[in-house]
Ligand binder design. Structure first.
Ligand SMILES: [Zn+2]
Length: 292
């Protein structure tokens, strides 16, 4: 069912990555800059991410001996350095996700360039590592983003939804590997409810949410795809939800043939396959890109 399945390492059937976007209260600072400090309850919901959920998530990863990816806005890295240091100490990947969670496709050329540079340097300063990857806040990748990321030396993007396996965005000055996911793998639709952030969905049970995610997993396992969860510590790191996720990771490992890895390793593997000629990605050309 997948036209160009990629050979995963050690004959694995599929690759699995839990990516957690630690947005915390950057969301509130962005949407209500003047009165963020007065929105105490909404802020507490968001700060639950770095303060309570991240240590819990890291504990699960230690339990199973796995490494995963966190995307962090630069502002959040500066505000919650302990959370970042704990991720790095355990060998996880920390990659960039905007500075204050700005939406690149709503910025001017100069603003997008400046925001990307600020975001990358904040992550490097706090984590001690150059950001290997990037996810645009709220998937709001702009028509300029790919080329800016290529120019900045970022190796992969994880904002787009165009395939079931990695694919390549080819620009005039190089190429960017895309590690795609989609809204069905995101935790906002089942869990997010906030009047202040203008997103009110009927909150679902964790079991119901996992029904969708497990269905996706079965299909990826069957056909050799790439399963990427796009989650947030303040949503999916809540007690009942994370308790179920902890069990489901165990179930995936029991199933076997699953390569659980951070996106940086998945990107490196895909590049290796391309170099060795064991796999050809689908290529999307950025010829229609305007403004460089
Ligand atoms: Zn985000």
């Amino acid at each position: 069912m997948i036209a160009n399945p990629i050979p995963w390492p050690n004959g694995a059937r599929c690759a699995v990555a839990f990516t957690l976007d630690m947005d915390a209260d950057s969301l509130l600072q962005l949407s209500h800059p003047q009165r963020a400090h007065t929105l105490v309850s909404a802020s507490s919901m968001l700060r639950y991410g770095p303060q309570v959920a991240v240590p819990r998530i890291l504990e699960t990863y230690r339990h199973y001996g796995i490494r995963q990816t966190f995307f962090v806005p630069g502002w959040c890295a500066e505000r919650y350095p302990q959370a970042i240091e704990a991720m790095i100490r355990d060998g996880h990947e920390v990659s960039a996700h905007g500075y204050l969670h700005e939406h690149p496709n709503e910025l001017s050329d100069a603003e997008e360039r400046e925001t990307l540079a600020r975001s990358l340097s904040a992550i490097a300063a706090v984590s001690g590592h150059k950001s290997v990857g990037w996810r645009a806040p709220l998937y709001n990748f702009s028509h300029r983003s790919a080329q800016l990321l290529i120019d900045a030396g970022v190796e992969y993007d994880a904002s787009l939804m165009g395939d079931d396996v990695p694919y390549l965005l080819r620009g005039s000055r190089g190429s960017l590997l895309e590690l795609p996911s989609h809204w069905g793998m995101d935790d906002w639709p089942p869990f997010m409810h906030s009047i202040e952030l203008d997103f009110q969905m009927p909150v679902q049970s964790a079991a119901r949410a996992w029904e969708t995610w497990w269905e996706e997993f079965e299909a990826m396992w069957e056909h050799g795809g790439l399963w990427i969860a796009v989650w947030h510590p303040f949503l999916s790191g809540r007690l009942a939800r994370w308790q179920l996720t902890h069990r489901m990771i165990g179930r995936m490992l029991e199933r076997g043939g699953v390569w659980l890895a951070p996106l940086r390793d998945i990107a490196a593997h895909a590049r290796r396959c391309m170099q060795q000629g064991s796999w050809q990605p689908r290529i999307e050309s950025l010829d229609d890109e305007r403004g460089g």
